[in-house]
Design a protein around this ligand. Structure first.
Ligand SMILES: [Zn+2]
Length: 204
């Protein structure tokens, strides 16, 4: 009698172990699926040589898809930066090439308030601004640029010689607009309203 009870419990024990293993495997697979969907950069990255589509916007920094600050409400990172983030921030080293997300006419290539050194390109009802870029501008207002064309480089944190620049770091040095470090701030305005830039890129 006692032996059969022990056998019964051994059987029950092994069933529980097997079931637990199954549960662990099942949940770890669904968990890894959801985390990879959240964190992987499954965004189509275009380089200037592979652009053939006319409908897609070109990701401005091929190979860098990390976003350090998304569009929308946020805690302001500096005293001057907006608590509603009107674009997305793509961190990259100074000198990193920036390519035009769409074709259009350059309307701004200069120092522009909180955006610092800014290149803005217009096409129909859409304006795309590339902010905190290098002060060594490589495009000029009025110039037509093709989608995927090199239009700027990521700028340094500090820029000098802009009389209208009120932005300073903690050391009192002038900064490249409202910025805490080198990055591209990408902003898209459609019909004069700021939009989430990520909505314009496929697969993001
Ligand atoms: Zn930003």
């Amino acid at each position: 009698m006692e032996v059969s009870v022990i056998k019964y419990f051994k059987f029950l024990y092994s069933i529980i172990i097997l079931f637990s293993i199954f549960i662990i495997i099942f949940f770890s697979s669904t968990l890894s699926e959801s985390t990879s969907a959240n964190t992987s950069n499954n965004l189509t990255v275009y380089s200037s040589s592979t652009i053939t589509s006319t409908s897609n916007y070109v990701w401005p920094i091929p190979g860098i898809t990390r976003i350090s600050s998304y569009f929308g409400k946020r805690k302001s990172p500096t005293a001057f930066a907006s608590s509603f983030h009107k674009g997305i921030d793509i961190p990259a080293s100074p000198g990193t090439n920036i390519f035009a997300s769409m074709s259009g006419t350059v309307v701004t290539a200069g120092f522009s308030g909180s955006g610092g050194c800014t290149v803005t390109i217009k096409k129909d009802n859409i304006l795309i601004s590339y902010c905190h870029v290098s002060p060594n501008f490589i495009v000029t207002p009025g110039q037509y640029v093709e989608k995927g064309q090199l239009i700027a480089q990521v700028g340094p944190k500090n820029v000098y010689g802009f009389a209208n620049n009120k932005y300073r770091d903690s050391n009192g040095n002038p900064t490249n607009g409202a910025t805490t470090g080198p990055h591209l701030h990408l902003a898209i305005k459609e019909n004069n309203v700021y939009k989430n830039p990520l909505d314009y890129f496929d697969d993001f």
